[in-house]
Design a protein around this ligand. Structure first.
Ligand SMILES: Nc1nc2c(c(=O)[nH]1)N[C@H]1C(S)=C(S)[C@@H](COP(=O)(O)OP(=O)(O)OC[C@H]3O[C@@H](n4cnc5c(=O)[nH]c(N)nc54)[C@H](O)[C@@H]3O)O[C@H]1N2
Ligand SMILES: Nc1nc2c(c(=O)[nH]1)N[C@H]1C(S)=C(S)[C@@H](COP(=O)(O)OP(=O)(O)OC[C@H]3O[C@@H](n4cnc5c(=O)[nH]c(N)nc54)[C@H](O)[C@@H]3O)O[C@H]1N2
Ligand SMILES: [Mo]
Length: 820
């Protein structure tokens, strides 16, 4: 069958139902530029989506050296041919007329064009001076979850062994630092236990703070197809908003913001009280069950009701589903990770699976989800605050192994303290200790908390800022040197999605102007800096993506993320492959921990663990005492209230997040006509009783006043829980109608104006979900609706007493063909 669907009006397209334990049917989605038919396409070039962590496999359509569309790859295990709305349309942004095409350098208040020698000459001269005068600790790198594996590995080697700085982290700190930390705390090492195929087999799927419908729309299609098929799964949704997931849930819990740990402790209390515990599994595979039993003994549903404002009876219903599931799949994301007890709460989901013995079998999986498309690679390559190959910075033998691999002295690689996390890098820059900050593939002037402070840091005269991006972003505008980068479709490399599936992305077209790949930029820097190994040879002896991949394979050998069974050739033509992939497991590995917990032994683990309340790192001896045999560790924590709590001055909880149509700071989706039109500007979601009490209605222009700043947006009245506001964080100011920023005539519209600079003590992930705010009317709407989509979690409430609003539609420009 084949149809054409407006995928702005219907983001998830047609259903292809299937039964439990069945095979998810293929459906090939194709999206081509207006006037282009399949017969006009001269080449199809293999890749995967770079706009979320799903790794939707697709081919890029090329005609006359230009990208003219995409189609899903039906052979791929991840999406079986499907595309989400961003996958289908956002390729258009590659060809935006305002792409950066030449390097820029600062001249007074402006930036002027130069050539690569001019720009790199400045970067190298500054690096040399700083190394000589202030040492490696004066140089920091802040990278992305959106470059390719080969680029992160090269950056990690040049930063850790070339410069010798410990200040290298990714925006993964804002994103999946908690996922990594929760996996380390429970299983000794990062590495996703579960698989997307668990969706095919589970009878209960629980989503904790994860709006999968909007943030991984293709896996939501898979869940919808199961819901429409025989023997459907039952969903448990924990989210304060009426997301599409909540609307399809058997049990929806909408807790007060920042109370996940109390809720999870109550769920664990019920499961232990009703003895839904797999004692054989607990005895064989875990340590710490007695601590958990004691910790949650008093955490009754009635106790949790007083904290979470969720009826105790509904908590019991959820516990009943989780406790009676025969195959349980759980996913965790930002509603848990971007809060004050992030790691402590995420770890309780691991505990739920450990005590129920729900791991390592089809349908029994935990997905401590990633968000960004290549966040997994940032982590495994050590371009975040960890060492490459999930090696333990506190284990001398792991550091020595890296030193042998790179042929440098172990002392060159800083390891007397943990690698610096991003929030601390910015603090060091603020204090003047970091004097050069090289930012690649991220836009902190919109995405970090407390934007007035971020702007002040980036504008400091003592800080030399290098920005490597596609566009003159809010961050690039504050740089001393701007390096124009090539992106997806214009370069070759690999990346790994949230269920460890590695995809190859081939170059389809030339980058614009003089833009260069991130890999070429890093290699050029290493060459110009003349980084050497112990024998005087080049520290980095690879020269292109494939040779970088081969170098990484050697680094990954024998570690959890072992790539030694993969080659570019093997990744071409068929499906992506899940690591570990070795000569012994040539087809990859669907699930970790099917035959025991493999990476928690003291000599191999990535981390000796941290105190869940304070984040203090445990010593090697303490870990050896706790877990000599390398079992899974059941760690517990007591609930404490969020640090920001509503007051008379700021009576609302303020949470922030995403809509299906946009990606982050919109540098690509804001330049995509169909996506931009679907959600062109910022809004604030508010419940009907709150709107009534404030005298506000649909479309009213308000100020949202947070602790650290204010933004201006229009009201959408939805079924969000009472007392809570939601603002999407996508909107910076480069494309505001007047073009002026928050310091100009138009007040800010970025959510992070209002978010304070604070983080989870264990993962150091910022608290984007647990702020407080007041709302002040600026101007009544006079019939103009807010720009919020009607198709998603921001759908208007039926109780809002506004007339029907114009539905979000894309029209003929948004039609995607679906064939199955
Ligand atoms: N369309 C789209 N997709 C994306 C992205 C994008 O920008 N746009 N970004 C990608 C990236 S990098 C990431 S990290 C992921 C993020 O994916 P998600 O985590 O699914 O997205 P968010 O909207 O940030 O947050 C999820 C939900 O957390 C809920 N929440 C808020 N406070 C709380 C709380 O206290 N408790 C609980 N339980 N829930 C709470 C919010 O209501 C929201 O619906 O999405 C990825 N996919
Ligand atoms: N309030 C609030 N704030 C949040 C969040 C939230 O939920 N609420 N979520 C947080 C999360 S989970 C995340 S992941 C961050 C995301 O925050 P950012 O990383 O700042 O967001 P992006 O817009 O994805 O920025 C990526 C930048 O890289 C550029 N880019 C794209 N491809 C390439 C490439 O190939 N090479 C180079 N050099 N550049 C490229 C893009 O143009 C863009 O400027 O935001 C965080 N901030
Ligand atoms: Mo993220």
């Amino acid at each position: 069958m084949s149809t054409s669907v407006d995928r702005i009006a219907h983001p998830w397209g047609n259903r292809t139902p299937y039964a439990r334990h069945g095979h998810w049917p293929a459906r090939r989605d194709t999206s081509l530029a207006a006037g282009v038919g399949p017969a006009d396409v001269q080449r199809w070039v293999q890749t995967a989506s770079l706009l979320h962590s799903d790794g939707d496999a697709m081919d890029i359509a090329v005609r006359d050296g230009v990208i003219v569309g995409v189609r899903g790859r039906a052979v791929d295990r991840v999406n079986r041919g499907r595309l989400g709305p961003k996958d289908a349309f956002a390729w258009q942004a590659n060809a935006s007329p305002d792409r950066l095409t030449r390097p820029l350098v600062r001249a007074g208040r402006g930036l002027v064009e130069t050539d690569w020698d001019g720009a790199m000459g400045q970067v190298v001269a500054r690096s040399r001076t700083l190394l000589k005068e202030h040492g490696p600790g004066s140089i920091a790198f802040y990278t992305s979850g959106q470059l390719f594996l080969e680029e992160y590995y090269t950056l990690a080697v040049l930063a850790r062994a070339g410069i010798g700085t410990r200040h290298l982290d990714g925006n993964t700190r804002l994103c999946t630092a908690t996922a990594a930390e929760a996996l380390k705390e429970s299983f000794g090492s990062d590495g996703q236990p579960g698989s997307f195929e668990d969706i095919d087999h589970a009878d209960v799927i629980a989503l904790f703070g994860h709006n999968i419908a909007e943030t991984q729309p293709v896996q939501w299609m898979r869940i919808l197809d199961r819901l429409d098929g025989p023997d459907p799964p039952r969903l448990v949704c924990v989210d304060p908003r009426p997301t599409p997931v909540a609307r399809r849930a058997a049990v929806h819990l909408a807790p007060r913001g920042g109370t996940n740990l109390a809720l999870l402790n109550a769920l664990l209390h019920e499961i232990i009280r009703t003895d839904r515990v797999d004692h054989a599994y607990v005895d064989r595979r875990t340590v710490g069950f007695e601590d958990l039993t004691a910790r949650v003994a008093d955490c009754t549903p009635e106790w949790a009701e007083t904290i979470c404002d969720v009826p105790a009876s509904r908590i019991r219903c959820a516990a009943e589903l989780l406790g009676s599931a025969d195959r349980l799949l759980s996913t965790v994301l930002q509603g848990v990770y971007q809060a004050h007890q992030a790691t402590a709460a995420a770890v309780q989901v691991n505990n739920l699976h450990l005590i129920r013995g729900m791991l390592g079998r089809p349908g029994c999986g935990v997905l401590q989800m990633n968000g960004q498309p290549t966040a997994q690679n940032t982590r495994e390559c050590g371009a975040d605050g960890d060492l490459p190959g999930f090696r333990n910075w506190a284990n001398g033998e792991h550091v020595a192994e890296l030193a042998r691999l790179w042929n440098v002295d172990a002392e060159t690689i800083p390891h007397d303290a943990p690698p610096t996390h991003a929030m601390k890098i910015f603090r060091l820059a603020e204090r003047g200790a970091v004097r050069m900050l090289w930012i690649s593939g991220t836009n902190p002037a919109v995405s970090l908390p407390e934007l007035s402070r971020v702007r002040a840091i980036l504008a400091r005269s003592g800080l030399f800022v290098v920005v490597q991006d596609l566009f003159l972003t809010e961050t690039a505008q504050l740089a001393d040197v701007v390096l124009p980068a090539a992106t997806w479709g214009e370069k070759t490399g690999t990346f790994t999605n949230a269920d460890r599936t590695v995809h190859l992305s081939d170059k389809a077209v030339e980058p614009p102007g003089e833009a260069r790949t991130d890999l070429d930029i890093f290699l050029d820097y290493a060459r110009r800096m003349d980084f050497r190994d112990r024998d005087g040879g080049p520290l980095i002896d690879w020269h292109d993506a494939e040779s970088a991949f081969e170098a990484w394979k050697r680094c990954s050998a024998g570690r959890p993320c072992d790539y030694t069974g993969l080659t570019y050739d093997k990744l071409r033509g068929g499906s992506g492959i899940q690591w570990p992939c070795t000569p012994d497991a040539p087809d990859g590995t669907p699930r970790l921990y099917d035959a025991g917990i493999t990476w928690a032994r003291p000599d191999v683990c990535e981390s000796y663990g941290k105190d869940l309340a304070t984040g203090e790192a445990a010593s090697e001896e303490a870990y050896r005492r706790l877990n000599p045999d390398g079992k899974a560790v059941i760690r517990t924590a007591a609930y404490v209230p969020p640090r920001e709590n509503p007051t008379d001055r700021r009576p609302f909880q303020l949470t922030t997040g995403r809509t299906v149509y946009h990606f982050h700071t919109r540098t690509k989706t804001g330049r995509t006509p169909q996506l931009n039109a679907a959600a062109p500007d910022v809004w604030v979601e508010m419940s009907p009783p709150d709107a009534a009490a404030q005298g506000l209605a649909e479309g009213d222009l308000v100020e949202v006043i947070g602790v650290s700043g204010t933004l201006r947006c229009r009201v959408r009245v939805t079924d969000i829980r009472a007392g809570m506001l939601f603002v999407p964080f996508h909107y910076g100011y480069w494309d505001t109608p007047s073009g002026s920023g928050p310091d100009g005539a138009v007040p800010g519209r970025a959510a992070n104006e209002a978010i304070v600079n604070d983080w989870d003590p264990v993962s150091k992930q910022p608290l984007f979900k647990t702020a407080t705010a007041a709302v002040r009317l600026i101007e009544k709407s006079s019939g103009r609706p807010s720009p919020a989509p009607t198709t998603t979690a921001s759908a208007p409430s039926a109780k809002a007493r506004t007339g029907p609003l114009p539905p979000t539609e894309g029209g003929s420009a948004a039609h995607v063909s679906e064939a199955w």
